[in-house]
Ligand binder design. Sequence first.
Ligand code: KIV
Length: 259
Amino acid sequence: MQKITIENILKKKNKIPITCLTSYSKSTAQILDKECDIVLVGDSLGNVLYGMKSTKNVSIETMILHGKAVRNFVKKSLVVVDMPYKTYENKFSAYKNAKKIIKTTKCDAVKLEGGKKISKIIKYLVDKRINVMGHIGLLPQSSTNFKPKGKSVSQKEKILKDALSISNSGVFAMVLECVVKDLAKKITKIVPVPTIGIGSSKFCDGQVLVTDDILGLSDLSPKFVKRYSNIKKTIKKSVKNYVKDVKLRRFPSNKNSYN
Ligand code: KIV
């Protein structure tokens, strides 16, 4: 199985839609590896796995632990790990932490949230040979509201500047989160690197979603999510049947016992 490289991802721009989903553990990593171009170890794990109110509370140690678990079971896809909140406040701490993530997890790239404000930090990392994926539009680590971005003229101009700025700093791709359709289309046309949309329309070069959301495992279901199954229902049914079997002494049967 040939490993997907940054060059492979770049070549897909304007040609083949890039596929990306989140993974935090072995089981999903193994499944996604056969299907997705990029596996993202997102700091959304704070909300999804640990029930935190914000991704602000996710530590670098937690990202490394999950990054390692995923990387160990991904042979083909490109693996990107989120840099958590406050781990890239200046170029020196960013480099120290990005190097730690890449070295210990053996993942291919890190993702940083922010536009023009962090473009010098991104450039510093790229100059030091760290592969960086950008993330603009709605920024969960710092946003105070979770509304679509780019509705007003000033917001449109700001996000466009952010896109150009991080593109000039050398990101190999950028996530556009909750960016309105016309702006996502414009950015995708202007920047030379692939745009990966989440709630940012079909005009992006690729798409990313949180895996738990498409499986129907999470409670939240924003408008931009499409549910492909209702795993929660399946799990509930299995748990109920197990409990019933135990109570009725139907489990364990002889088949499940040692002689
Ligand atoms: O943390 C995450 O999972 C993300 C994606 C949703 C883009 O950043």
